[in-house]
Design a protein around this ligand. Structure first.
Ligand SMILES: CC(C)(COP(=O)(O)OP(=O)(O)OC[C@H]1O[C@@H](n2cnc3c(N)ncnc32)[C@H](O)[C@@H]1OP(=O)(O)O)[C@@H](O)C(=O)NCCC(=O)NCCS
Length: 424
């Protein structure tokens, strides 16, 4: 076993749905004791998109592995007291409630800080805690829409499109986790003082779209041009949708392969230095100095013809054959893989990025693995997500130090009862 990167860090994880749980799960996989504090009705995702009746959904288990679960009714006086005791014994409180929820429960950052000045309070919101949109709720597609991503994704002739990658939710969760780790480091070196950490979904999307804002700046209010785009950009005042153009300094595009099914494509990048190799491969040595393609500028201008030549060449190969052929020549190229293909991929298996989680009382499940590898810091294996309230008594005893009698008293008081049901 040994010490992990975040061994000894206790997190009260009040997060729900995707954005917050994705963040706290990473902390758990780096060794933190993550206590998922749920209302007695549970994180709503336990029941959403269920794949089997009466089982916690993959939506929940794939975002909450390796955590413990305690259910507390925060709107009950006894429940609130348990929460305060947990604050005293913890290093981090995380939440991604709607605007003002924690304040309404009586736990502003200032109030939590009074209970434990060493605590780090980490909030994830759609738009942050200040500014004109501070009161807006947010979900992934809204963050993609309002962070600029949707307007830049897809083909210009099609409507704005959301990306499959959850850049608003999990993307914001990553930013929050970085902030928490930095705040823990800061606390260690600054007399044990905690602080407030905030990540906003719109801001995370903007950060992940940084190169699109680079292109926005280069357009210079309609006076600049993006020469690498396959379609004209002069006169535009915002970054356009670029289809599958690479959007970088190197030309790139997706190229269809045989047998020409829906996902029979490779993505190929024609690095400047590799042009002679690509040219020789698709058209023979004479193509290297062909005036249509001999310089990067000419290749950009005539890229339509270039992609057509590549497609004619690739039509002889499957996406896997084309990938192997190109990589053998040091040409950057990768197949468009479906989720099925990724989950069966030998490299993905080698890197433990799609793993079976064993030991869940409702059955084993598969999850996407840990994308951050620390040579000394990760947990040895991913543990099952907790069932609702699975560790309530254990946490009340081990963390809060309550006796059986105290726990029974709190239960009688409704500290752990569904807040939606009327308290007697
Ligand atoms: C995701 C979101 C839109 C969901 O909205 P919602 O279902 O209305 O949930 P909220 O977080 O606004 O409210 C939760 C309610 O449950 C209550 N609650 C939560 N935990 C509780 C507990 N342990 N005990 C008692 N009540 C509890 C809160 O007090 C709140 O009640 P209130 O409205 O009376 O104040 C909203 O939480 C949000 O905008 N979050 C920030 C952005 C975000 O993370 N979005 C991405 C989600 S993947």
């Amino acid at each position: 076993m040994g010490s992990k990167a975040l061994s000894g860090v206790r997190v009260i994880d009040m997060t729900h749905v995707q954005a917050g749980p994705a963040s706290s799960q990473l902390l758990a996989w780096m060794g933190a004791d993550v206590i998922k504090l749920e209302p007695p009705s549970g994180d709503i995702t336990r029941q959403q998109l269920r794949h089997e009746r009466d089982k916690d959904s993959l939506y929940f288990t794939m975002l909450n592995s390796s955590k413990r679960s305690i259910t507390i009714n925060m709107k009950n006086r006894g429940g609130a007291r348990v929460f305060e005791d947990l604050i005293k014994k913890s290093d981090v409180v995380m939440e991604n409630f709607g605007p003002g929820v924690l304040d309404r429960l009586g736990y502003s950052y200032e109030n939590i800080n009074k209970i434990n000045p060493g605590i780090i309070v980490a909030s994830l919101k759609g738009f942050g805690s200040s500014g004109p949109y501070a009161d807006y709720k947010a979900y992934e597609p809204i963050a993609q829409a309002m962070g600029g991503a949707m307007s830049c994704t897809g083909f210009p002739e099609d409507p704005p499109t959301i990306t499959g990658a959850q850049i608003g939710d999990t993307g914001a969760g990553l930013h929050l986790a970085i902030g928490i780790c930095a705040a823990l480091y800061h606390r260690t070196h600054n007399g044990g003082k905690g602080q407030y950490v905030e990540a906003a979904m719109q801001e995370s999307v903007m950060n992940l779209c940084r190169v699109k804002y680079r292109d926005h700046g280069r357009l210079m209010d309609g006076k600049g041009e993006l020469a690498e785009y396959s379609r004209p950009t002069l006169g535009l005042t915002s970054t356009p949708r670029a289809g599958n153009d690479s959007g970088g300094g190197q030309l790139g595009n997706s190229i269809p392969c045989k047998p020409h099914g829906q996902n029979d494509y490779v993505y190929i990048v024609i690095q400047e230095a590799i042009w002679p190799t690509v040219a020789t491969m698709i058209g023979g040595e004479s193509l290297i100095m062909d005036p249509r393609f001999s310089t990067i500028g000419e290749r950009r201008k005539n890229q339509g013809e270039l992609w057509k030549m590549l497609a004619d060449f690739a039509a002889n190969f499957t996406k896997q054959e084309m990938t192997a052929l190109c990589n053998a020549k040091d040409i950057p190229c990768g197949p468009v893989l479906t989720t099925g293909e990724v989950t069966r991929d030998k490299h993905v298996a080698h890197r433990q990025m799609y793993v079976k989680v064993e030991g869940h009382p409702q059955g084993d499940y598969w999850t996407v693995g840990m994308p951050v590898k620390l040579s000394m810091g990760n947990v040895d294996r991913i543990l099952p997500a907790p069932t609702l309230g699975q560790h309530t008594d254990e946490i009340l005893k081990d963390v809060c130090g309550y006796s059986d009698g105290q726990i029974a008293g709190l239960k009688a008081q409704g500290a752990f009862t569904n807040p939606l049901k009327k308290q007697k």
